[in-house]
Design a binder for this molecule. Structure first.
Ligand SMILES: Nc1nc2c([nH]c(=O)n2[C@H]2C[C@H](O)[C@@H](COP(=O)(O)OP(=O)(O)OP(=O)(O)O)O2)c(=O)[nH]1
Ligand SMILES: [Mg+2]
Length: 140
């Protein structure tokens, strides 16, 4: 078999959390993780037998202490890193309860749509950031 990075496609539920001021929550990935030291939209791997929404809800609770109330699909991105292929299933998080905090010790930050461009994200995130900026400008 030729090198086929799609053999193990990692399905990831990702949340673009927007507050009433139209700010977006980002978090810093741990240095020792895949794509470590870069900023991300919170989320994580979809487990076997789990819907993407259930995975998103679980990850936002584990990573930030949030309770998800409502979300909508934003964009799906397939990206091949040299060492890993991911399918990022990205959702707007329109409503939640709880005060987000970095439950795993990760720094978090609320930023405006235009400020997103000043943070370094994994390569797969470029089209996501564009979609977020376009979506927020259009009032979603
Ligand atoms: N959460 C998240 N992951 C992203 C983003 N962009 C991006 O390329 N990824 C990649 C990095 C990882 O390979 C994968 C998600 O992994 P993760 O580390 O969040 O997974 P997880 O929360 O389940 O963590 P773990 O149990 O594996 O430690 O998707 C993003 O904006 N958010
Ligand atoms: Mg994660």
């Amino acid at each position: 078999m030729t090198a086929n990075t799609s053999a193990k496609l990692v399905h990831v539920a990702v949340g673009v959390i927007v507050d009433s001021q139209q700010n977006i929550l980002i978090a810093l990935r741990p240095e020792d993780s895949h794509q470590g030291g870069l900023w991300e939209f919170p989320g994580g791997k979809v487990e076997k037998g789990e819907t993407v929404e259930a995975a998103l809800s679980r990850e936002l609770n584990e990573e930030l202490g949030l309770t998800l109330i409502s979300c909508r699909p934003l964009i799906e991105i397939r990206h091949d890193y040299p060492d890993k292929s991911v399918l990022l299933d990205v959702w707007w998080v329109d409503d939640f309860t709880g005060q987000p905090e970095g439950k795993e010790g990760q720094p978090i930050q609320w930023v405006s749509a235009s400020e997103l461009s000043g943070y370094t994200f994994p390569a797969a995130n470029t089209p996501i950031i564009h979609a977020v900026q376009v979506g927020l400008e259009a009032g979603r």
